[in-house]
Design a protein. Sequence first.
Length: 338
Amino acid sequence: MTHRFDLIGVGSPIMDLLARVTDDFIQKNVAGDKGGMVLVDHDEIKRIVTLLDGEPAYATGGSAANSTYNAARLGLRTTFLGKLGNDHLARTYRQAFEKAGVDGGRFKLGAQPNARSMILVTPDAQRTMRTCLGAAMTLSPTEIAPDDFAGCRHAHIEGYLVFNQSLADAVLAGARTAGCTTSLDLSSFEVVHASRQWLFSQFRRGIDIVFANEDEIRALFEDQTSEFSTLARKLGDLGVLAAVKVGKDGAWIANDSALHRIAPVAVADVIDTNGAGDAWAAGFLYGYLRNWPLPACGALASLLGSETVMHMGPIIPDTHFEVLRPRAMALGPKSSLA
């Protein structure tokens, strides 16, 4: 079958507001745990912004959106399904995506302001996210149909959609009906805590790839002690291709027949971990959809993730990406360099 697009990302197109803060700032001014993501209203984001020492920086964000953006820069033909708002942030967001090579024809448009997320980065490079979904939150299951996935080979879905399980059900049903293979990034330990049984039921119904980090895989299996290799194999045994990211220690890739250790790419100075997992998924999916061996997919993923943490925000600057791309392509089979 001929596909117009290699990859369709599905999630919330969120504009990120980026700020460096201290651990003390988080403890005094932000409700909830450090790390992870909590949904808040627009007034809460405004309150946090007023407490910052200066104006935040802006960058396009959203978990599946970051992955789609990076996959397009690597060379996949990509499009995106999510709801933009009615303001200048939405217009800026779409322009940035189309400039990067992402087709903008499957964005849906809402009447509310665009989604935004306050990304608070502490000295340990950890990111704490407080997100107002705005127009993105108004995306309804009734707006999703198999036609949204027509001509797409693979659908990559962010776990944050699972907070609205009927929406996630509609997305997966539409993708499956259209014949897409699928991947799901668990996105946050809060997502997993809120939806463990739903996740297991969907694994049984068929999801091709599941991405998880250390916190997410431990939350999924309610296991705080096992080795990550063991947890990766346990996830792979459920019939999915498991990609378990373990930060500076690399990653594990497992399915029902093999386990691969993915070495990390060392980084001397970690600036910001925001978006690193999304970039990792983009690299992996590029290799996977180009039929690279799984270890090569993991090596490319590791390279993109490591580059992302050396910059503020989820997007590798264009000048750095231009240098990175030849290194990335060299990791694959020689035939892929043609």
